[in-house]
Design a protein. Sequence first.
Length: 290
Amino acid sequence: MINNQKIHQVLEYICSKENQSSFETDEIADSLGFSLSETNILAREIINNGDAKDCGNKDTSQKGAVCLLKIAATMDAYNTSKYYQPEQKFNVFIKTVSRSYNLLDIPEAAVSIIVNAYRQGKDTFTLSGEKFWINKLFTIKIFTYEKQVNFDEFEENCKNKNMWINSRLDSYYTPEALALIGEDVTDKIIGNSEFGEATKDKGNTDDKFVDETRLDELRSINDAKYDLTKLIRLCEELNDNYSRKNYLSVGMIGRTIIDHIPPILNSLSFNEVANNYPGQSFKKKHVTFK
């Protein structure tokens, strides 16, 4: 299977050499720490897709290097991240009655955990085994992390503008500082939702169809191949309808959730998945929401 992230690294290397247009794959392999045979395959993928030209006659099945020529399409493929979209990262500012702090360079899955804790009105949330407190919350601000910076240098720059606060209790970047390196997306993610809003008028909130532990496990998954955002949202809405005794909606949402199983198991349909598991009923053995 072609590694698209490695193709992106090859393009990044090629495009970083502004005064060089022709590249042998043995040079690229040495610079990136890849094997020559693998680099040959990556180069052929780029050439076959029209994002570089072949300026040699060597075969990828051989040990010899492949020569490729940088063209305008090469720069376009790199600049648009044609082969690999890096995961979106975020910076967060949180202020409670007792302290203020940042969570920097965190993935979208971590933001989902924070937002879920906010909506559920929880006192804490946990990331990578560390507990963070949000009880008696004053402010939460979520920013994309678009302009990558060296935070040591960024800290020095922010000190001069009073955007880095370093006191006996707290050390943090202000929202104004985080706005310099990303977009404020708080309204898009949280909007005007109140802290703990998800627990209001929800019927029996202890009556869950999908266990919250399972939901937290899904939110913590970070996989470039599968985006679980829709699946997580479906599970949340399934719980909401179940707690309200909207059982017809529960059935319809549950059926939709089942459609997410085949792609993860590299199948085209649920029947194809079930047929690969002989013996007792696949539904009884594997399909469970608890």
